[in-house]
Design a protein around this ligand. Structure first.
Ligand SMILES: C[S@@+](CC[C@H](N)C(=O)[O-])C[C@H]1O[C@@H](n2cnc3c(N)ncnc32)[C@H](O)[C@@H]1O
Length: 284
């Protein structure tokens, strides 16, 4: 009976992961084309210094470079990077073998396997990849010690967000035959929605900074390379179709934000930097 319970749990977890979550499988490519994400994380970390002995969980650690940098700056603490993508975790584990206070784990942000273990839970450019955001915030809350903090960098809704543009293209006359069951894989929430969710999931001292951001790409090819590993909705297609979809997606996004005369491309986003603290236990 107990065995049956464990088997059902594993089956349920696999189905849950396979059917609703989008991940990045091109770890090497992401590693080479994610300097923007690196800059956003470093800027948020500079504003939120952590104690040398801090225990930190990095949710959606991706290729692991930010997690590894964190472990370097917290020599007396430890840092665990967690990501749902097996390719990302394999890449991070083989690329960042030191320092010794660093570990990478495959896991799901919606069901973190920790209980009151971390002083900080950080998450960079990942929250909008998770449709069940409340589950993820609750799970972060459970992973924190009393008084522990979260630091999240994510995207708010803006006109050229990748998720809705993928959806628009997938529903177009040309592409709808390849996406009979298209399901959105991103959820962009406003600062107000995050504030409400954080209050609901047991956080206080909530600070949310919303900043318009402009990223300049040298040319169309540079933009395409940056975008490529992030397009998770077309990975079920043959490689040549994935490339064709990407070309059309670049066209669509550049219709919204056309290149300048010198070929450079400015992409506008709305960045959210969120910090909050796990509320202290209420006296009974
Ligand atoms: C844009 S990358 C960000 C990686 C890294 N934090 C950075 O800033 O470079 C988003 C990451 O979230 C991961 N991801 C998506 N859904 C997830 C989930 N439910 N649990 C854990 N990781 C998830 C993806 O596999 C991907 O590596």
């Amino acid at each position: 009976m107990r065995k049956l319970g464990i088997v059902s749990f594993i089956l349920f977890s696999c189905l849950f992961c396979a059917s609703f979550a989008a991940t990045i499988n091109q770890a090497e490519l992401y590693h080479r084309h994610s300097s923007l994400q690196w800059q956003w994380a470093m800027s948020a970390l500079e504003k939120n210094p952590m104690q040398d002995h801090a225990r930190v969980l990095d949710v959606g650690c991706g290729d692991g470079k930010i997690t590894a940098a964190l472990a370097e700056i917290l020599p007396e603490g430890y840092v665990i990077g967690l990501d749902l993508s097996p390719q990302m975790i394999a890449f991070a584990s083989k690329t960042f073998t030191s320092p010794r206070n660093l570990l990478f784990l495959r896991g799901d942000a919606r069901a973190l396997p920790f209980d009151k273990q971390f002083d900080w839970v950080v998450s960079f450019c990942t929250q909008h990849w998770i449709l069940e955001q409340e589950m993820a915030l609750r799970s972060m809350h459970e992973s924190l010690v009393e008084g522990g903090k979260i630091l999240i960098v994510t995207l708010a809704p803006s006109p050229n967000n990748l998720g809705p543009q993928c959806q628009r293209l997938a529903h177009s006359e040309k592409w709808s035959q390849y996406f009979p069951n298209f399901k959105p894989t991103r959820l962009y929430l406003t600062a107000t929605a995050y504030r409400e969710l954080l209050q609901k999931t047991g956080f206080d001292s909530i600070v949310i900074e919303e900043t318009p951001s402009v990223t300049t790409f040298a040319n169309r090819e540079a933009f395409r390379q940056w975008l490529k590993p992030l397009v998770s909705c077309s990975t079920h297609l043959a490689v040549d179709l994935q490339e064709a979809f990407l070309t059309n997606l670049v066209d669509l996004m550049l219709q919204a934000e056309p290149p300048a005369a010198d070929g450079t491309i400015d992409i506008h986003d709305l960045k959210l930097e969120i910090t909050a603290q796990k509320s202290p236990l209420q006296d009974i």
